[in-house]
Design a protein. Structure first.
Length: 276
């Protein structure tokens, strides 16, 4: 119990760091310096006002100095990060698996919330994810060399990670080309400029994202995620219609939720499809 609480608190602090990444990376600012400040009045935030979730509740969601509202996104990101971290820890314990999948899901949180805010993500983020996945995949490969057998770790060996990355990128790019062709035809026939502001089927950010999840989770997972995401999007759209919230959400959050579902139930879904 105490162990879980400790892991959760560590997760909250990691979530706090992800908040800094979400706020600063799209503006090309350093994520290390300066220390946190209020985006409205620019006053630097004292440590006791910067405790994950608690400070938000204690301050009533307002800046201590200028009383401007603090975005609810901050505590939400912290709670999601901490819950995921605790989930991964309870599943894998300390070790390479925890590091591997924490990095994957932390990257997903960062790109999703940046995409929600800016409708675009810094191009290097998913590429960085692919590189990290390939580097981590060296460890099970080494283990395989030693044991001369299948590695005991869940992390993909290097061949699987490379295959997953290339497959994810190629697969998504193929659908992007076809989708763009289709949309282009539609627009020229209907003599329109765009469909609700969209001219592309998938953005290059979505393609890079597919390369990243392929590198971390393998090519089968990439296929499942790609075809599951539209259903996640559809579910949200139905909820949005029922509750009359017509926020147009970009695609990466749906892909991220699909990734989590496939991470947890992917093997079951895959086996079910293969049997069919
Ligand atoms: Zn302020």
């Amino acid at each position: 119990m105490i162990e879980s609480v400790g892991v959760f608190i560590l997760g909250l602090c990691l979530g706090s760091f992800l908040n800094v990444c979400i706020a600063r990376l799209p503006e090309n600012k350093s994520i290390i310096k300066p220390r946190s400040f209020c985006p409205e009045c620019k006053k630097s935030i004292k440590w006791y006002d910067n405790l994950p979730v608690l400070s938000y509740l204690f301050l009533g969601g307002k800046c201590r100095f200028c009383q401007k509202k603090i975005s609810i996104v901050y505590p939400v990101v912290e709670l999601i990060t901490a819950s995921l971290f605790l989930f991964l820890y309870s599943r894998f314990g300390l070790g390479l698996n925890l590091a591997n999948y924490s990095i994957l899901f932390f990257l997903l949180i960062v790109v999703s919330f940046i995409d929600i805010k800016y409708h675009a993500i810094p191009a290097y983020l998913c590429v960085l994810g692919i590189i990290i996945a390939l580097v981590i995949s060296f460890f099970p490969s080494l283990e395989m060399l030693k044991a001369g057998d299948v590695p005991s770790l869940g992390v993909l060996p290097i061949a699987g990670a490379v295959k997953g990355a290339l497959f994810g990128l190629g697969f998504a790019y193929f659908f992007k080309l076809f989708g763009d062709l289709f949309i282009g035809l539609y627009l020229s026939i209907r003599k329109k400029e765009s469909i609700e502001g969209e001219k592309e089927s998938l953005g290059l950010g979505d393609v890079d994202f597919m390369g990243m999840v392929g590198a971390f989770l393998g090519w089968q997972a990439a296929i499942l995620i790609f075809f599951l995401a539209p259903f996640v999007a559809l579910t949200y759209t139905i909820f949005a219609l029922i509750f009359k919230r017509s926020h147009l959400i970009p695609y990466l959050p749906y892909l991220s939720i699909a990734t989590f579902i496939v991470f947890v139930w992917g093997a079951d879904i895959w086996n079910f499809i293969v049997i069919l």
